[in-house]
Design a protein around this ligand. Structure first.
Ligand code: FES
Length: 345
C-alpha cells in the first residue's frame, strides 16, 4: 500500500496477518480502518476487551493511561490496542474476530445528539453512546431500537466502524409507522434511546478482490454508505459500481456525497436510477427499476459480488434476475429478509 502516511507494520501472531498504522494512530484505530477485526469494547482504555500481548517492537501511550491494565500485566508485555501506538514495527498476539457471531451483542443506552432532515421524508439521526462504551460492528450491519412499549425497529448503521463517535441512522417516514411517526413528529435532540446490536450479514467480504456491485433501494443506501466509506478508508481498490434506485431526484438524499466518491476515486462509479422522475427533475439518467437498469450494463455476473440493500421486493428481483445471468447465489449479500422479519415499524 503506497501511502506516505503509513508508518508502521503491525503483524498479528500466529496468523501472520499484517496491517499498517499511520503516525499517531492507535493500533485498534489502524486495524478498524483496514478492516482487521480486533475485539474491543469502550475504545477508551477502561474495559480491557482489546488486550494484546506485545511480542516484538515498542509502543507508547498517548495522554490516556491504560487504565484497564494492572502493573503486572504491563510488566509482562500486555498492551491495550485502543490506546497503544506503534513506535516501531510490531508483532502482537491477539485473537482476531473472524465471524460476526464473535462480536458481542450489546444493549446500550444512547442519546440522539443531532437530527437532520436529509430529504422530504428521510431523517438522519446521530446517536452517542455513554463515554465508556463503543459498539463493535462491521460496516453495513444494523441495530435494533428498543422502544418503551416493547416494540423494536431495525436500522442499518450508515457510518463505518472507524468513524464511530456517533452511530448514524437514516429513518424514512412511513405514514402510521410507529417509530417514524415518533421521529418526525415528537423526537427532539437529547432524546434517550435504547439500542441493541449489532446484527446482520450485510458486510464487506474483505477477502474478495472481485468487482462489487452495490444495489441500494431508498434508505438501503445507509449501510452501503457505511461499507463504501470503510472501503475508502481502507484503500480498497476493487472496482465498485453503486446503483441507487429511488422514485424521484428529491429522494437521492446524499447524491452529492455519492458523486464525490466517484469523482475522487477512480475505482468507484455511481449510477442513480429514478423509477418515477418528476417533470421538474429534467432527468437524463437511467430510469425504471434499479435491477433492470443494472442489466442494461452488466450481462455476466459470474465474476462479480453483489451487495443488495433495500426493500425485500427489490432484493428478490435482484436475486431472480442476476442469478439467471451467472451470479452464484452465495455471492449475493443482503439482509433484507432477516431485516424485514425483525422490523416492526
Ligand atoms: S480498553 Fe476498552 S476497548 Fe480498549
Amino acid at each position: 500500500m503506497a501511502d506516505k502516511n503509513v508508518s508502521r507494520k503491525i503483524v498479528i501472531s500466529p496468523e501472520n496477518h499484517p496491517f499498517h498504522s499511520h503516525e499517531d494512530e492507535a493500533i485498534l484505530d489502524a486495524a478498524l480502518r483496514e478492516g482487521v477485526q480486533l475485539p474491543y469494547g469502550c475504545r477508551g482504555g477502561t474495559c480491557g476487551a482489546c488486550k494484546a500481548q506485545l511480542l516484538e517492537g515498542e509502543i507508547i501511550y498517548g495522554e490516556t493511561e491504560p487504565e484497564a491494565l494492572t502493573d503486572k500485566e504491563i510488566n509482562t508485555g500486555w498492551i491495550l490496542c485502543c490506546q497503544a501506538r506503534a513506535e516501531t514495527d510490531l508483532v502482537i498476539k491477539i485473537r482476531e474476530v473472524s465471524e460476526t457471531k464473535e462480536i458481542p451483542i450489546k444493549t446500550l443506552p444512547s442519546r440522539v445528539m443531532h437530527m437532520e432532515q436529509l430529504s422530504h421524508d428521510v431523517m438522519g439521526l446521530w446517536l452517542k453512546l455513554p463515554s465508556t462504551e463503543r459498539l463493535q460492528f462491521l460496516a453495513g450491519q444494523y441495530i435494533d431500537i428498543l422502544m418503551k412499549d416493547g416494540k423494536e425497529r431495525s436500522f442499518s448503521l450508515a457510518n463505518a466502524p472507524h468513524d464511530d463517535e456517533y452511530l448514524q441512522l437514516q429513518v424514512r417516514y412511513y405514514d402510521g409507522g410507529y417509530f417514524s411517526e415518533i421521529v418526525f413528529n415528537e423526537m427532539k435532540e437529547k432524546t434517550l434511546l435504547r439500542i441493541k446490536g449489532p446484527f446482520g450479514n450485510f458486510f464487506l467480504r474483505e477477502d474478495s478482490d472481485r468487482p462489487a456491485v452495490f444495489v441500494a433501494g431508498g434508505t438501503g443506501f445507509a449501510p452501503v454508505k457505511g461499507i463504501i466509506e470503510h472501503m475508502i478508508a481502507k484503500g480498497d481498490k476493487r472496482p465498485v459500481s453503486l446503483y441507487w434506485g429511488v422514485r424521484a431526484k428529491r429522494d437521492l438524499y446524499m447524491d452529492d456525497l455519492a458523486r464525490s466518491w466517484a469523482e475522487e476515486h477512480g475505482n468507484i462509479e455511481y449510477i442513480p436510477v429514478l423509477s418515477e422522475p418528476m417533470k421538474e427533475d429534467n432527468w437524463q439518467g437511467k430510469t425504471g427499476f434499479v435491477h433492470d437498469a443494472i442489466l442494461e450494463d452488466i450481462r455476466d455476473f459470474s465474476e462479480i459480488d453483489v451487495y443488495a440493500s433495500g426493500p425485500p421486493i427489490m432484493v428478490e428481483s435482484v436475486h431472480k434476475s442476476f442469478t439467471q445471468y451467472g451470479l452464484p447465489e452465495e455471492r449475493l449479500y443482503s439482509d433484507a429478509f432477516e431485516f424485514a422479519a425483525t422490523s416492526k415499524k
